[in-house]
Write a protein that binds this ligand. Structure first.
Ligand code: UD1
Length: 340
């Protein structure tokens, strides 16, 4: 079985490639390295013992994408991660986001139609729910107008896939991730934010290692028990495994409909302060935290109803918050060793 993993050099992509290889799949990665480094390819091979096939190009290039599909005629399905994902940047550069995230998806779907590739797993986000009225949020909760162009590309991508699935042989699983954190247990691959991180976990570990002077807590006046915003953090390896399970569900003809949607989270919400406390408890490192104003566009609280993923996929994100923060720290320390 040969699987195309777009964005397979990136954070979630690389962890998924490792899990696919462990189950005997042959992986072809397409990545333009716009937000990742080629070293990760060797690091994947260090873990799995096998170097994935790799093609470096930009999937917004229709002709290059067409040639790729012509070359790899034996692909059984696609896990599509490749996308730009910085929320703030997407507000500044909306066209970059619409072009990168939508044009690439259209080119991939065209390749699927041209070569009768039936299966696609798509990397979506809980951002499509906005601030849900009811928590935990279920898959049938209304999709809201996105605040950022990034979020909007996820919503529109879901619609493009849905419309395509309706009238073609393409079957799709849309995976709506909550907040993935942590790294592979070997600390050989993990999150590699280029420049200043936006996300909480890498900002915490970079502050703890001394790369950032202090941690900014974006708002403590939310309507939550400690006033800081609540998210559903899940371990990246648990998330990676969900992709393999979803893919096998497609291959084995177990889907109930041609298009399915699953929330991927633990079902537990933790506040920013709880994440910080977990980090300090598991690592013994104290963080200098400063309370700031709310970050524009942040929602107050969201966590997943995981019943559908648990029952239908037979998947559960099992790692605790303490395991996740410890894992992120192990990775940051491994990065510091490499810098020496
Ligand atoms: C956001 C997107 C999500 C996207 C992800 C990709 C929304 C609503 N969510 O997640 O769809 O997939 O980015 O990167 O658009 N925080 C701090 N200090 C920091 C960093 C973060 O206090 O230095 C807080 C944030 O205010 C938030 C929480 O930590 O409350 C998590 O933030 P972050 O890790 O950036 O993820 P989201 O904003 O939830």
């Amino acid at each position: 079985m040969k699987i195309l993993v777009t964005g397979g050099i990136g954070y979630i992509g690389s962890h998924t490639v490792v899990e696919l290889q462990a189950r005997g799949y042959e992986v072809v990665i397409v990545d333009d390295l716009s937000n990742s480094t080629i070293e990760v390819l060797d690091n994947i091979a260090r873990i799995s013992g096998k170097k994935p096939l790799f093609e470096q190009f930009d999937l917004t290039d229709a002709e290059r994408t067409r040639l790729f599909f012509k070359k790899y005629r034996d692909i059984n399905g696609i896990i599509h991660f490749a996308a730009s994902k910085a929320v703030g940047e997407s507000v500044e550069l909306p066209l970059k986001y619409y072009r990168n995230n939508l044009v690439s998806l259209i080119n991939i779907l065209q390749g699927m139609l041209d070569h009768e590739i039936r299966n696609i797993v798509f990397s979506s986000s809980c951002t499509v729910y906005g601030q849900p009225d009811k928590l935990p949020v279920k898959e049938d909760a209304p999709v809201r107008q996105a605040w950022s162009p990034y979020g909007n590309t996820k919503r529109i991508s879901e619609e493009i896939i849905t419309d395509t699935s309706k009238v073609t042989g393409v079957q799709s699983i849309l995976l709506r991730y909550f907040n993935p954190i942590g790294a592979h247990e070997t600390a050989i691959i993990g999150e590699l934010p280029l420049g200043v991180p936006n996300s909480l976990m890498p900002y915490i570990t970079q502050t703890a290692i001394g790369l950032r002077p202090f941690l900014r807590v974006w708002g403590n006046d939310y309507n939550t028990p400690d006033g800081t915003a609540i998210r559903d953090y899940l371990h990246v390896t648990d998330l990676a495994l969900a992709h393999v399970i979803a893919f096998e569900r497609m291959l084995n003809g177990k889907m109930k409909q041609k298009l399915e949607v699953f929330n991927l989270g633990t079902g537990n919400g933790f506040s920013v302060m709880q994440v910080i406390e977990s980090f300090e408890r598991t690592t013994g490192v104290k963080l200098d935290c400063r309370i700031m104003d709310r970050r524009p566009g942040d929602i107050e609280q969201v966590w997943a109803d995981t019943e559908l993923a648990n029952k239908e996929l037979g998947w559960k994100a099992g790692k605790s918050l303490d395991e996740m923060t410890a894992s992120a720290w192990k990775w940051e320390k491994a990065l510091a060793e490499k810098r020496k």
